[in-house]
Design a protein around this ligand. Structure first.
Ligand code: ADP
Length: 634
């Protein structure tokens, strides 16, 4: 059968995978190249936005906290001048142009005690002319006593009956402070003329100290935009933005900042909402501002935008790395997936290949089986034909043999018949002569001759009987004798010298030691007659014809051996292979059918024996038959 195996070349099965992986690799590289800048920028932007929001929230928190802190500091001190302005001693002090030194002294001490109690810088009382007539720092150098501050805006505000609030550098102390002035009325009622003012100066050191810790810069600007309180000392008394010329003149006129020249800070600020500052700078700040309640101040929280930049950079790096990791992981996972798929496909293919091969083999086998059974059927049929032919041939051969034998038998019977007739005629004559004794001898001779004739016919009958087909123990010497009797006339006519040896008799002196063979008497006779006839034929023209029959028993091989040898010309070597084939003959058409040996070998095989032909070293042909011994039932 032609087999068409669809085995794919290996490169073809691999190609799609490497293609797929190459495509995947290119796609992922392209994604990396295009996506990386986008992801880096986006995550950087996101980081910056988050950082700015965090910074803004922190700054707002700081702003609210500090506003509350500052307001409470101011509020706390607002009560002090309010209460003192209604104090009897203060009113008594201002009621007269020349107060008693005892009153002044007592008031000085009370103001000092109060200042210490409320942590104020100074508390003092001014008369209508702006002259300080009692002060908490009465006993220190640079005391306010006797000093006039009529030009101060807070005093002027108090004179009009309102509360004066003002931030300034102390002209004497040069300490910055928040001044709160409450008017003192002549009588303790509204509408009463103002006779003076009680002023408290609150130092901002404590507030500033509380603010110093934070990372943000905090600055409080007054109504002129000048920084008056800050946790960054160098910024104090600088303006956040440059001042107008007229403004500067006014500030210098009322000695608000003593004799300090106000210059703008060398910084830039911008609200959180403004565009992102990317250029790093130490003087650029993000700023949130809020008004301080109860004052004209504004509190600013300034913060360094550097964290925005660093967080933007960190987020960009993280984003970039994350993307690379995702792409790498994607590559690994997809690569593994592709490989697993390829393995699965290859396994599937291998399975299919095996299945196909199994199918092919199965159909091959089925075909071979069909072929075999066809051949067997043909053979059976041929054997059947052969068997039929063989049976017919055997019968034909028997007839031929019978024909051949009839002549011999007729000759054999004619001889005793004519002898009997001679004896009978002779007996009649002798009876007439009364020689009864000689008549008796003649009758005995006649009886012997008829016995001999009966023997011959008995053998012929036995030979003509159809083979019974059942095998049994047969005595080989007996059968040899019977066969020899059948061919005796030819042997005698040809003058053949007969030699029969039974080796078992020679060895043990007992013919029965040659075991019976597994055969059938009549068919074995037929075999022997055939061999003998062939030998007789072969020795027809020989000068000293001799037929040698030899019986033997090979106990080890478990066989009884019969050898039939002649002194004829032997068998041509070229003929040896064909000898046992039907119709092989070297004799003329009228003499031989070429069936004898074929039938002979068929019969021997039926007995389970073998037959072989050879040329004897001393000349002549030798046929060797081996038969199975078979013990006769006792
Ligand atoms: P047939 O005798 O009719 O030819 P056989 O089958 O008996 O047929 O013998 C076949 C041939 O075998 C003979 O023609 C002969 O050539 C050869 N053959 C048989 N026996 C002998 C023998 N004893 N010596 C020589 N040739 C023999």
């Amino acid at each position: 059968m032609m087999r068409t195996r669809h085995r794919r070349p290996k490169s073809l099965t691999r190609l799609p995978l490497s293609d797929a992986i190459r495509t995947l690799r290119l796609t992922l590289l392209a994604a990396l190249a295009l996506g990386l800048p986008v992801v880096v920028l986006a995550s950087g932007h996101w980081g910056a936005v988050r950082a700015r929001a965090d910074l803004l929230a922190g700054s707002r928190g700081t702003l609210d906290l500090f506003l509350a802190n500052l307001t409470s500091e101011v509020d706390k001190n607002e009560a002090v001048p309010f209460l003192l302005a209604r104090d009897h001693d203060v009113m008594a002090l201002l009621a007269t142009p020349a107060p008693s030194p005892a009153l002044v002294d007592r008031l000085n001490r009370r103001l000092e005690e109060t200042r210490i109690a409320v942590h104020a810088a100074t508390i003092y009382v001014m008369n209508r002319q702006g002259l300080t007539i009692a002060a908490s720092n009465w006993n220190t150098e640079g005391s306010f006593l006797g000093q006039a501050f009529a030009y101060r805006p807070y005093f002027q505000a108090a004179l009009t009956g309102g509360v004066g609030r003002y931030f300034a550098l102390g002209t004497t102390s040069h300490q910055p402070g928040y001044y709160i002035a409450d008017p003192v009325s002549a009588e303790n009622r509204t509408g009463s003329p103002v006779v003076g003012a009680v002023v408290i100066k609150v130092g901002m050191e404590r507030v500033e100290q509380g603010w110093a810790a934070g990372p943000e810069r905090v600055a409080v600007t007054d109504s002129d935009g000048v920084i008056v309180i800050t946790n960054n000392a160098p910024w104090r008394f600088h303006s956040l933005t440059p001042l107008a010329a007229a403004e500067r003149i006014r500030i210098e006129a009322n000695h608000k900042y003593a004799d300090l020249a106000i210059t703008p800070l060398a910084i830039t600020t911008q609200p959180f909402e403004a565009a992102m500052p990317f250029a790093p700078s130490k003087t650029h700040f993000l700023m949130v501002s809020g008004a301080v309640a109860g004052t004209d101040w504004t509190l600013h929280v300034l913060c360094d935008p550097a964290p925005i930049r660093s967080r933007a950079v960190a987020a960009a790096l993280i984003g970039g790395f994350a993307m690379m990791i995702v792409i790498l992981a994607g590559f690994l996972v997809l690569g593994r997936w592709f490989r697993a798929r390829e393995r699965a496909i290859e396994q599937q293919r291998a399975r299919e290949d095996v299945e196909r091969r199994v199918q092919e083999r199965t159909s091959d086998l089925a075909e071979a089986y069909d072929q075999l059974s066809r051949e067997m059927r043909d053979r059976e049929r041929a054997e059947q034909v052969l068997r039929t032919a063989q049976t017919e041939l055997i019968q034909a051969a028997k007839l031929a043999a019978l024909g051949q034998m009839s002549a011999g038998v007729a000759h054999e019977i004619n001889q005793p018949l004519s002898a009997i007739r001679a004896f009978a005629e002779n007996a009649v004559t002798l009876l007439e002569r009364g020689r009864t004794a000689t008549v008796h001898d003649n009758l005995v001779q006649i009886a012997e001759l008829t016995q001999r004739m009966a023997d011959i016919t008995r053998h012929l009958k036995g030979f003509a009987r159809k083979a019974a087909g059942t095998l049994g123990p047969v005595s080989l010497p007996d059968t040899v004798h019977k066969a020899l009797m059948l061919v005796a006339p030819q042997i005698r006519a040809a003058g053949i010298d007969l030699a029969l040896t039974n080796r078992m008799v020679e060895q043990v002196g007992e013919p029965n030691r040659l075991p019976p063979v597994r055969a059938e008497d009549v068919r074995l006779q037929q075999v022997l007659v055939n061999l003998f006839t062939n030998a007789i034929d072969a020795m027809k023209d020989r000068t000293r014809p001799r037929l040698i029959i030899d019986l033997d028993h090979d106990a080890d091989a478990g066989e009884v051996i019969l050898r039939v040898r002649d002194t004829g010309p032997g068998i041509a070597v070229a003929d040896l292979p064909h000898l046992f084939l039907p119709f092989f003959t070297t004799k003329g058409a009228t003499e031989g059918l070429g069936l004898g040996l074929s039938i002979t070998s068929g019969i021997v095989k039926d007995f389970g024996g073998t037959i072989a032909a050879a040329n004897h070293p001393d000349g002549g042909a030798e046929f060797i038959i081996r038969l199975q011994p078979m013990e006769s039932p006792r």
